[in-house]
Design a protein around this ligand. Structure first.
Ligand code: PLP
Length: 407
C-alpha cells in the first residue's frame, strides 16, 4: 500500500513553523523544498555513526561510509532507471552538472562555427555555461524561442537543427512558467541528426516521470535540494558512451589512475568525474529522499500536484487585475503571476507578513522576463506536501495584499 499524500505534511518538521505569527504556507518549492525528518535523520546519523573519508581507507568506518555512498548512487540509478551505476555522477547540483558538461563537451566536441541550441525557457544555469562555452570555442549560441503560450515551437526547432549542431540543452519543466517541454520529441528530432540532448530535470524529476532510458536522454541533470534531499548534492547522468568520451572536469584525488611527472591517466567512471572528497552525507541524504519518495504512488503524486495546480490557478484567475503568465498545454507545479499596477516585490513582502513564502523577481531567467516584457513575476510553486488550504490562503493573501496596496 502506498503512503497517503495528504499525510505528507506531518513528515516535514519545518512546515510546523510559524512565520510572522502565522502558520507557514511554504510555496517556494521551485527554489528549494523542505526536508522530511527521515532525510534530516540520515544526515545526523551519518555524522554521528559513520563519518569517514570514502574510497581510500580500509578501516571499518571508511568501508561502511563508502558502501553507504555507493548505495546512494545505486538508489539514484534505480530512481532514474539508468542502465549503469557508473552513469550517475555526483555533483554539487544542477549548476555544477551543466558546467561540467559545458567545459568537457566543449573541449572535446565543439569547434569554431559549430552550433549549440539552447531554449529561451532555460534557467541561467542551463544558458550561461553554454553561452560562455560558445564564446571560448568560437561556436554559435542559438536560442530556441517560446511562443505567447510559453511553449517551444517544434517546427522552428526542426528548422534550426543541422549538420553543425553539436548539442541541444533544454529543461523538462520551466522554473518560471511551469511549461512541460516535449523533451521526448526534442530528443527524437535531435537524434535524427546524431545530436545529443541535455535535459535539465531540476524542476521535473520530483514531479513527473523520471526514466532516462524511456526518454533516451543523453544527459540528465538535477539537484537533490529541490526533491526533498539536502543541498550541496546533485546528479549528472550521462550515457556511458558519452561519459567515456569526455575528458575530466576537475582534477585531483580519486579521479586519477597513474600519476607521474610525464603522464597522468584517469580513473574509471564514475570516479573520473568525482575529484576530491565528495559530499558523502548529502549523497546519503539524497538516497533517503529517494526512499521517502518511493513510498508514494508516483501517478497519485503527479495527480495530486496537477489537481492542486489547476485549483490554485483557477483561484488566482478569478482575482481582478490578475495576469497569469503563459498558457502551456501542460504545466507543472508553477503559478507565475502579477497583479496589474502592483510590483511583484511588494506583493512578495506583503504575502510574507501573512506567513506565505513565495518567490519574486526574475527567477534566474532574464531571457524569459525580457520576452514577457516584465521586470519580474510572483512565483508560487507547489510540492507534494501542499494542499488546497495552502492555495486558499495564497489566493486570500493576494486579495488582502491588493486591498492594502491599492488603498
Ligand atoms: N535549472 C532549473 C530549471 C532550475 O529551476 C534551477 C534552480 O532553480 C537550476 C537549474 C539550478 O539549480 P541549482 O541552483 O540547484 O544548481
Amino acid at each position: 500500500m502506498s503512503k497517503d499524500i495528504l499525510s505528507a505534511k506531518a513528515d516535514f518538521p519545518l512546515l510546523n513553523k510559524r512565520v510572522n505569527d502565522h502558520p507557514l504556507v511554504y510555496l517556494d518549492n521551485a527554489a528549494t523544498t523542505q526536508k522530511p525528518q527521515v532525510v534530516i535523520d540520515a544526515l545526523v546519523d551519518y555524522y554521528t555513526n559513520l563519518n569517514a573519508n570514502i574510497h581510500r581507507g580500509n578501516h571499518s568506518l571508511a568501508v561502511q561510509a563508502t558502501e553507504a555512498y555507493e548505495a546512494a548512487r545505486r538508489k539514484v540509478t534505480a530512481y532514474i532507471n539508468a542502465e549503469h551505476n557508473h552513469e550517475v555522477i555526483f555533483t554539487r547540483g544542477t549548476t555544477e552538472s551543466v558546467n561540467l558538461l559545458a567545459y568537457t563537451f566543449g573541449e572535446k566536441f565543439v569547434q569554431p562555427g559549430d552550433e549549440i541550441i539552447v531554449s529561451q525557457l532555460e534557467h541561467h544555469s542551463n544558458y550561461v555555461p553554454w553561452n560562455l562555452m560558445c564564446r571560448r570555442r568560437g561556436a554559435n549560441f542559438r536560442t530556441l524561442p517560446f511562443n505567447e503560450r510559453g511553449e517551444i515551437d517544434l517546427e522552428l526547432f526542426k528548422s534550426m537543427l543541422n549538420e553543425k549542431t553539436r548539442l541541444v540543452a533544454v529543461n523538462q519543466v520551466s522554473n518560471s512558467l511551469g511549461t512541460v517541454n516535449p523533451v521526448g520529441e526534442i530528443i527524437r528530432l535531435a537524434h535524427a541528426f546524431d545530436v545529443p540532448v541535455l535535459v535539465d530535470a531540476a524542476q521535473s524529476v520530483q514531479h513527473l516521470a523520471h526514466d532516462v532510458r524511456a526518454l533516451d536522454a543523453d544527459f540528465y541533470v538535477f539537484s537533490s535540494h529541490k526533491m526533498y534531499g539536502p543541498m550541496g548534492i546533485g546528479v549528472l547522468y550521462g550515457k556511458e558512451k558519452w561519459l567515456e568520451a569526455l575528458p575530466p572536469f576537475m582534477s585531483g584525488g580519486e579521479m586519477i589512475d597513474i600519476v607521474t611527472p610525464e603522464k597522468v591517466t584517469f580513473n574509471v567512471l564514475p570516479f573520473k568525474f568525482e575529484a576530491g572528497t565528495p559530499n558523502v552525507a548529502e549523497a546519503i541524504g539524497l538516497g533517503a529522499a529517494i526512499d521517502y519518495l518511493g513510498q508514494f504512488d508516483p501517478l497519485e503524486l503527479q495527480k495530486h500536484e496537477e489537481d492542486l495546480l489547476a485549483y490554485g490557478l483557477k483561484l488566482l484567475a478569478d482575482i481582478p487585475d490578475m495576469i497569469i503568465y503563459g498558457a502551456p498545454s501542460q504545466r507543472s507545479s508553477i503559478l507565475p503571476f502579477n497583479i496589474r499596477g502592483i510590483q511583484h516585490y511588494d506583493m512578495g513582502v506583503l504575502l510574507d507578513t501573512m506567513g506565505i513564502a513565495v518567490r519574486t523577481g526574475q527567477h534566474c531567467t532574464q531571457p524569459i522576463m525580457d520576452a514577457l516584457h516584465v521586470s519580474g513575476t510572483v512565483r508560487a510553486s507547489i510540492a507534494l506536501y501542499n494542499n488546497r488550504t495552502d492555495m486558499d490562503k495564497l489566493a486570500y493573501g493576494v486579495q488582502r495584499a491588493v486591498k492594502m496596496l491599492k488603498r
